[in-house]
Design a protein around this ligand. Sequence first.
Ligand SMILES: Cc1cc2nc3c(=O)[nH]c(=O)nc-3n(C[C@H](O)[C@H](O)[C@H](O)COP(=O)(O)OP(=O)(O)OC[C@H]3O[C@@H](n4cnc5c(N)ncnc54)[C@H](O)[C@@H]3O)c2cc1C
Length: 142
Amino acid sequence: MVGTNRDDIVKSISDPEKIWDVVIVGGGATGLGAALDAAARGYKTLLLEQADFAKGTSSRSTKLVHGGVRYLAQGDIGLVREALYERGLLLKNAPHLVKNESFIIPNYEWWGGAFYTIGLSVYDLLAGKLGFGRAKHISKKM
Ligand SMILES: Cc1cc2nc3c(=O)[nH]c(=O)nc-3n(C[C@H](O)[C@H](O)[C@H](O)COP(=O)(O)OP(=O)(O)OC[C@H]3O[C@@H](n4cnc5c(N)ncnc54)[C@H](O)[C@@H]3O)c2cc1C
């Protein structure tokens, strides 16, 4: 086991005799998750990051476990279903990390209320049993 000293770590991974089961390039959310999963399964895992962990796109994320609602507007139903399924599994498997959060979507056009109410109802239906609850239309008066 190598400590946290960078020189010691670099020296230890430079050993040509050392054999890794899994080598991951990139320590963003994807690489870190894959490395954790591989290590938890007992694989000798090496994670290589050129800058700092989660420094790239992962540092910009709003951290929403969303179900890909914007892909619904693009008509990509398959992707939305997959994202909603994954969202549901995350809530089931990691309730200490994922919680339900309500949003109010303001609309400024005469058609906005119907557009979002219908769209979000379809979105809720696509989530099936893993849904987080139904969207509802609220008027100016509530
Ligand atoms: C503004 C914004 C908001 C977002 N909000 C959300 C959200 O709410 N919910 C959501 O699910 N997703 C969101 N996303 C998308 C999400 O952030 C990305 O899908 C995710 O962070 C991608 O992670 P990644 O590990 O694939 O890539 P990255 O985080 O970019 O990690 C890649 C890593 O690889 C390293 N690397 C690259 N080349 C090499 C190399 N040759 N050698 C070593 N290391 C290398 C980089 O330094 C970097 O650290 C958002 C994205 C943005 C930009």
